[in-house]
Design a binder for this molecule. Structure first.
Ligand SMILES: N[C@@H](CCC(=O)N[C@@H](CS)C(=O)NCC(=O)O)C(=O)O
Length: 204
């Protein structure tokens, strides 16, 4: 089994964090999905990472599919078996993936040349991120998130997404979301996060 990915992709980082939490030995090959002759396309027609190459030469993508698969291989279970609890985790995972998508879209827009760059697109993605962070703050306050202290992919996905916001869209969000800031500050100290910090990122 081998994971293909880049060191800065938050989707890849999420998978690596999941494997680390489960103490799975997951060899990691750094690839550039944007390269002209990228090998990724041979495994994923979408040309995106992460891709998991399995022992039988079959492949899995994208990140939520890979984490669901890894969860079947070792304890601790990070997706609950009980239906209601499972859908609660999947909803937070979808929210976290939405934060990642918005942060990536914003980043790519900011990198476009001056005349082509859309301020409206950048602001739309910033509002999306802001609403999502406020939503988590409210869920924390209501005890619907983080209350049990149990570890699941909900916490791992959201913390990965928040750290990616700090990496690619550093801005002051903590003052207006104090519960989230406190939770995140403690949570990101996990060894799985330390082991996967993207190069070039200085923690805020
Ligand atoms: N929904 C996918 C998103 C994966 C994704 O967008 N990966 C980016 C890296 S951050 C990529 O490979 N981009 C290459 C491209 O767009 O050509 C997942 O969760 O795995």
């Amino acid at each position: 089994m081998k994971l293909l990915g880049s060191l800065t992709s938050p989707y890849v980082r999420k998978v690596r964090i999941c494997a680390h939490e489960k103490s799975l030995d997951l060899p990691f090959e750094v690839v550039d999905p944007h390269a002209k002759d990228s090998a990724v396309r041979a495994h994923n027609p979408l040309g995106k990472v992460p891709v998991l190459l399995r022992e039988d030469a079959s492949t899995l993508f994208d990140s939520p599919v890979i984490t669901r698969y890894l969860d079947t291989l070792a304890e601790p279970r990070l997706y609950p078996r009980e239906t209601e609890a499972l859908f609660e985790v999947l909803r937070f995972e979808a929210l976290a993936d939405g934060i990642l998508d918005a942060t990536v879209t914003r980043l790519l827009e900011t990198r476009r040349e001056e005349g082509l760059r859309s301020r409206a697109t950048i602001e739309q993605e910033e509002r999306r991120i802001s609403r999502a962070l406020l939503f988590i703050e409210d869920e924390l306050r209501a005890g619907r998130f983080g209350a049990s202290g149990a570890l699941s992919m909900a916490e791992l996905c959201l913390a990965t997404a928040i750290e990616y916001v700090d990496f690619r869209y550093p801005h002051e969000w903590r003052d207006a979301r104090p519960e989230l800031a406190t939770w995140f500050h403690g949570f990101r100290e996990r060894a799985s996060f330390d082991a996967t910090v993207p190069p070039g990122f200085e923690r805020l």
